[in-house]
Design a protein around this ligand. Structure first.
Ligand SMILES: C[C@@]1(CC(=O)O)C2=NC(=C\c3[nH]c(c(CCC(=O)O)c3CC(=O)O)Cc3[nH]c(c(CC(=O)O)c3CCC(=O)O)/C=C3\N/C(=C\2)[C@@H](CCC(=O)O)[C@]3(C)CC(=O)O)/[C@H]1CCC(=O)O
Ligand SMILES: NC(=O)c1ccc[n+]([C@@H]2O[C@H](COP(=O)([O-])OP(=O)(O)OC[C@H]3O[C@@H](n4cnc5c(N)ncnc54)[C@H](O)[C@@H]3O)[C@@H](O)[C@H]2O)c1
Length: 221
């Protein structure tokens, strides 16, 4: 497998079809729900959780074999049945319609693979081992999960607000770039962890300006 080209797709409200209803289909569906996709899972046999999500309206669950018409309007297809022939033929139908395909039983023959993922709010870590094995990717993702704890969700939120404040109130692009670079320094990250919530980001921006001034003064002395 040549190593692929990583992207972060916006799937909010886009139809994603999952063929298959076992543990692999459940994992793909769970990841798609986290991305806000409109998920349709189709299989004669569904896991209890997939049934529960269907009954709760989190996704659409249909208990029958996949059909080509199910692909109508889909942005992506996940072929995750335990029948290689079914996966192959629905993948062909999808490709004929220009729909990218993920093949659970033969990743390399699909259009994209799903990496191991760790989410911390806006922060998304994705690890792909490109054929070196999902166990390796999952192990490295678990290490990232330990290194970057839950606190990184609010940290990323603070940085988001700060960046918005900088974009709207620091008009000089060079000055802004300097500030935003400083906003991700070790000292700055420590500062944001201790800062109170500030929905406009103005307090964060004034603290960042102070920090940048201190750094500048230290450089001069
Ligand atoms: C990371 C993760 C993400 C996810 O699926 O969400 C993921 N597989 C995970 C688990 C897992 N996979 C397998 C087992 C059974 C135990 C074992 O054998 O280890 C388990 C464990 C379990 O199911 O619990 C076996 C397996 N996987 C693939 C094949 C076929 C092949 O090699 O082509 C076979 C043999 C099937 C067979 O014939 O039995 C294929 C793919 N699996 C990928 C991703 C893509 C490559 C990603 C990369 O680039 O590294 C790729 C290529 C395609 C794709 O699925 O997109 C997720 C870990 C999530 C986590 O825990 O964080
Ligand atoms: N990519 C991965 O991460 C990964 C991990 C493990 C296994 N696998 C592969 O994925 C396959 C599925 O794994 P699983 O553990 O979810 O299997 P499973 O046996 O739990 O589930 C198989 C599902 O396929 C459905 N199915 C069968 N025929 C169908 C059809 N015509 N249309 C729609 N659905 C149909 C069944 O109803 C069932 O829901 C395995 O056979 C294996 O090759 C991939």
């Amino acid at each position: 497998m040549a190593s692929g080209y990583p992207v972060v797709l916006s799937l909010a409200n886009r139809l994603c079809v999952v063929a298959g209803g076992g543990s692999v289909a459940e994992r793909k569906a769970a990841g798609l729900l986290e991305a806000g996709a409109n998920v349709h899972v189709i299989a004669p046999r569904l896991t209890p959780r997939l049934k529960e999500w269907g009954a709760a309206g989190k996704l659409r669950a249909t208990e029958r074999a996949i059909e080509a018409d199910d692909l109508e309007g889909a942005a992506l297809l996940f072929a995750a049945t335990d029948r290689p022939d079914v996966n192959r033929s629905i993948a062909e139908e999808a490709r004929a319609r220009g729909i990218p395909v993920n093949l659970a039983d033969q990743g390399e023959a699909g259009d994209f693979v799903t990496p191991a993922v760790v989410r911390r709010g806006r922060l998304v870590f994705a690890v792909s081992a490109s054929g070196a094995g999902p166990a390796f990717a999952a192990r490295l993702a678990a290490e990232l999960s330990e290194r970057y704890g839950e606190e990184y969700e609010s940290l990323a939120e603070q940085l988001y607000k700060l960046r918005r404040a900088a974009l709207s109130s620091v008009s000089d692009p060079a000055e802004r770039r300097k500030l935003l670079q400083a906003s991700a320094s070790d000292a700055a990250l420590e500062l944001w962890k201790k800062c109170p919530e500030d929905s406009a980001g103005e307090v964060l921006l004034s603290k960042l300006k102070e920090l940048a001034r201190d750094r500048h003064d230290q450089d001069l002395s």
